[in-house]
Design a binder for this molecule. Structure first.
Ligand SMILES: *[C@@H]1O[C@H](CO)[C@@H](O)[C@H](O)[C@H]1NC(C)=O
Ligand SMILES: *[C@@H]1O[C@H](CO)[C@@H](O)[C@H](O)[C@H]1NC(C)=O
Ligand SMILES: *[C@@H]1O[C@H](CO)[C@@H](O)[C@H](O)[C@H]1NC(C)=O
Length: 348
């Protein structure tokens, strides 16, 4: 109990009445917890979601172990409310939700469309794509789930010299109009080099660089995005989330299993709440930038709970079923369903 509340019984009663008992609010942190076996998980069967992309459909691509599907996220001090798809669709009647970012955004967008569709399989939907924006509409409810592929949030522009990654230009934001809920994300593409690096120069102000520290570049881009939020978001109309940093599992040393050279063959999550390898530095940078934004932005702080899921990646059962090693994305059904469950309870 707060000290001042001790001196003011009425205030204490009022606090409890208003449901803003601070000690309670602090204890129920949805992001602190551990994974526990759960026979009612997963929330849907991947076979019952007809539009799930092959890349994420691990079971269909030959993954035969299923233990990883039967865990739920258990916060330390409270329970995660069960996902209620019908309530979700009714609540967001006429509204639009947009994911903006790289393929981890696509992973979460697909998860949400599957979660909603499988709770109401008779509901009508259509999918359309214009440029870099895909829209999944639940037509009976006029709920739009949109995905804008935009891997850096700031712009990459083709000019005479080559492809320029412009850290202080965010013209891509022109597509972010009239949206009720945003879930932004960027990180995984900042470390790309060689053939998969989609730019030739980085521009800051008028200065061109052949390269620079990628975390510094990431922070500059996030600051540009933060300014966009402060300039363009009306908090009365639009809620803004940031997906957080989704971790990869290519190095077993980071989960105290040095013999593991990737996530392949991992069948269970780590027990407990602590990841031996610690948190990615990108998360520190992200939190620092989010702390400078004046408009309300909620961090969907999924890094810790996802670090524990070394078993949740497609490994060799992704990449459209071809060989390859994917320890970055997540199988569906799977971990992103939990991200969406948390998103849902934060929106409520
Ligand atoms: C999808 O449904 C919405 C809402 O009914 C409608 O406005 C839109 O034109 C439809 N799009 C396609 C591609 O059919
Ligand atoms: C794997 O992680 C360990 C511990 O963090 C580190 O010392 C090692 O260099 C990493 N190996 C690779 C190949 O990145
Ligand atoms: C997140 O994980 C790090 C590294 O395992 C740990 O130090 C930290 O206490 C965890 N935070 C929460 C909120 O669980």
């Amino acid at each position: 109990m707060n000290l001042w509340a001790q001196y003011c019984k009425f205030c204490a009663v009022l606090l409890i009445f208003l449901g803003i008992n601070q000690s309670n609010a602090k204890i129920c942190d949805l992001f602190e917890g551990s994974w526990v076996p759960d026979s009612s998980s997963p929330l849907y069967n991947s076979n019952s979601c007809p539009f799930i992309e092959r890349e994420f459909n691990c079971q269909n691509n030959g993954r035969s172990d299923t233990l990883y599907l039967h865990y739920k996220w258990q916060p330390h001090a409270c329970n995660l409310p069960r996902f209620d798809g019908q309530d979700f669709l009714q609540r967001f009647k006429g509204k639009s939700i947009m994911f903006v970012g790289d393929s981890l955004s696509r992973n979460q967008w697909q998860s949400l469309t599957c979660l909603l569709y499988t709770t109401l399989p008779s509901t009508k939907y259509n999918v359309s794509r214009i440029g870099d924006v895909s829209t999944f509409t639940f037509t009976d409810f006029d709920v739009k789930l949109m995905l804008n592929r935009n891997v850096f949030l700031v712009d990459v522009v083709r000019e005479a010299k080559g492809r320029i990654l412009k850290l202080d230009s965010i013209e891509g934001g022109k597509l972010w109009k009239g949206i009720d809920i945003f879930i932004f994300n960027t990180w995984h593409w900042w470390n790309r080099r060689g053939a998969t690096q989609p730019w030739d120069y980085i521009q800051v102000g008028q200065q061109l660089y052949k390269d620079m520290d990628r975390v510094v570049a990431f922070e500059k881009a996030l600051n540009t995005w933060a300014k966009w939020v402060d300039t363009n978001i009306d908090p009365a109309k639009t809620k803004v989330f940031f997906q957080g940093i989704s971790p990869s599992h290519y190095n077993g040393s980071t989960w105290d299993e040095p013999s593991a050279k990737s996530c392949v063959g991992q069948k269970e999550p780590l027990a407990g709440s602590t990841y031996p390898g610690g948190l990615p530095y990108a998360l520190t940078v992200l939190k620092k930038v989010l702390g400078t934004i004046k408009k309300p932005v909620t961090l969907l702080d999924i890094t810790n709970l996802s670090l524990l899921r070394k078993d949740g990646h497609p490994s060799i059962y992704g990449l459209e079923g071809r060989t390859g090693m994917d320890c970055s994305h997540w199988c569906l059904a799977g971990l992103p369903d939990t991200w969406n469950q948390i998103l849902y309870s934060l929106i409520l």
